[in-house]
Design a protein around this ligand. Structure first.
Ligand SMILES: *[C@@H]1O[C@H](CO)[C@@H](O)[C@H](O)[C@H]1NC(C)=O
Length: 514
């Protein structure tokens, strides 16, 4: 008996070894990205352009905050010069060509086009800058994907109340119409807002971004309502007055990190759902859900808390039936900025938050597993399958939606060209993109964050996300490809992910980039 079972064991090992050998010897079963899948990279105006007051540009809320209150930025820096893309735009496009990008996502600085935010005065040199940038991309078949608003609100609009003013949707529509008019003959992919949660919660409901209003009780929710209405007005302006001639699409980009339950308990599942509603549902549900309006469970939660806290009405405003109809369905695609995951508990890992605030309303605990690798950013860990989990969840919720990954990337502390952590992160995320495509999710493109190192908001230049390193000390703001640039280039070229691909040698991959 004993001998017999040993023999079976040995046979099993031999068969397994043979199978393994076959797997490695034969070409790997190829998982390919479709030919029309758009690979790109993303940036934002304030983070790269510099030229903060060049040629008639107006002041924005980041200019104002960094100039009057530099201590809020980790290294007391600002975006006055940044990577100087205002002058280096041709080099930026050259980098896109080096990478073989199909698309490039960038944002327009509202105050560069309309110096005081209102639509009475157009700054032509600002228009010309974006014309040059766009035309240079089109020369090389690179599809521009344009964000109308990536956080750099004209200061004048802020002085009038910013996103909290009931007139904000009108001002935004005026600006959007000018942008569609001037660039829509060539730009076919429009994104109204980048990351509403970071605009409303971080800018108005806390002090994590300009204009650091810290109106913790109502700031987020008032902003949320005005933002989705402004989005809808820009969308309908495009749909009615520009789409038939220009033939493009218009969507919105929302940050969707994965918030999953810490345990399988019903309480933890509900806690995760409440946080999803608080962080991105209040922007996505009004636009993408069938019924429209803010998400139900979170609305009930905020109403109940407000009453207990002595507010005469809920701190979360309501939509009129007309507003619900205006906003519902007002997007051709859902842009997803995705980076990481957090595990959510109803009872464990809770922190203190101001008594009337978004996190106090959500009232959940948040936890990241110790084995998830850390980046240079405290909010960004490498959580396996977070991208697939997010997209699967969104697809189940918003059945017909078309998606683009409009940001995804990894930060390092300071300079350094050999970025193997970033390479592992990108390979894993792009494998999740293939998994999503195989699962039938309508995902049309992927924009890596970021093309180049840039001003990382409150972290200044201390956290770097670039495929290209930027020497911010040099007057030329010299750009040098990191190792990840060559890995991404090979993925785009081959439309596959070869986990063993290595750029030939360090000197060769650096030389090749110039
Ligand atoms: C923001 O407001 C809360 C109270 O709602 C307060 O506890 C907190 O200290 C404020 N933060 C800053 C940076 O002023």
């Amino acid at each position: 008996m004993r001998q017999h079972s040993n023999c079976v064991g040995e046979m099993t090992i031999i068969v397994l070894s043979l199978l393994l050998a076959l797997c490695y010897a034969s070409p790997r079963q190829e998982r390919r990205f479709p030919d029309d899948f758009l690979f790109g990279a993303a940036t934002a105006s304030y983070q790269i352009e510099g030229g903060w007051n060049a040629d008639g540009k107006g002041e924005n809320i980041w200019d104002r905050m960094t100039h009057t209150n530099p201590d809020v930025i980790k290294d007391k820096s600002n975006g006055d010069k940044a990577a100087n893309s205002y002058n280096n735009y041709a080099r930026d496009v050259e980098m896109m060509r080096e990478l073989g990008l199909n698309a490039y996502r960038f944002s327009i600085s509202w105050a560069r086009i309309l110096p005081n935010g209102l639509a009475n005065q157009i700054n032509e040199p600002g228009v010309e800058f974006y014309n040059n940038y766009i035309n240079e991309m089109l020369k090389y078949n690179i599809t521009p994907m344009v964000t109308l608003y990536h956080w750099d609100l004209p200061q004048k609009i802020q002085d009038l109340g910013g996103f909290l003013s009931p007139l904000f949707p009108e001002w935004f529509e005026d600006y959007a119409r000018i942008v569609f008019q001037r660039f829509g003959d060539r730009v076919k992919h429009w994104i109204t807002f980048n990351e509403p949660c970071e605009i409303c919660f971080e800018g108005y409901g806390s002090s994590a971004k300009a204009p650091i209003l810290n109106a913790t009780d109502v700031g987020t929710y008032m902003c949320a309502k005005q933002l989705v209405i402004a989005h809808a007005r820009a969308y309908h302006a495009y749909d009615k007055d520009y789409r038939s001639d220009q033939g493009g699409v218009c969507g919105i980009t929302i940050s969707v990190n994965w918030y999953g339950p810490l345990t399988d308990s019903e309480e933890d599942k509900f806690a995760a759902e409440i946080l999803r509603q608080a962080k991105w549902g209040i922007y996505a549900e009004p636009i993408f859900s069938e019924q429209g309006g803010f998400p139900k469970e979170f609305v009930e939660r905020v109403a109940k808390n407000s009453e207990e806290q002595g507010y005469p009405r809920s701190r979360m405003p309501e939509f009129s039936p007309e507003e619900i109809e205006l906003v519902r369905g007002s997007a051709d695609f859902f842009g997803v900025n995705h980076y990481t995951a957090v595990l959510i508990s109803a009872t464990e890992h809770k922190h203190w938050f101001p008594v009337s605030s978004l996190y106090a309303d959500a009232d959940v605990g948040m936890y990241t597993l110790p084995e998830w690798a850390s980046s240079a950013s405290d909010w960004l860990t490498f959580a396996p399958n977070s991208l697939l989990n997010s997209l699967s969840h969104l697809r189940n919720k918003y059945k017909d939606a078309v998606f683009y990954i409009t940001e995804n990337g990894w930060s390092q502390a300071g300079a350094g060209l050999e970025d193997d952590d970033r390479i592992s992160y990108y390979r894993s995320a792009l494998n999740n993109v293939l998994d999503s495509l195989e699962a039938g999710i309508k995902l049309k493109g992927y924009m890596a964050w970021s093309l180049l190192d840039n001003f990382e908001w409150m972290q200044g230049y201390t956290e770097r996300f670039g495929l290209y390193e930027v020497d911010f000390e040099s007057s030329e703001k010299t750009r040098t490809p990191r190792k990840s640039a060559f890995i991404y280039k090979e993925i785009i070229r081959s439309r596959t992910i070869d986990p063993e691909y290595e750029p030939p040698t360090r000197t060769m991959w650096i030389d090749e980039g110039h």
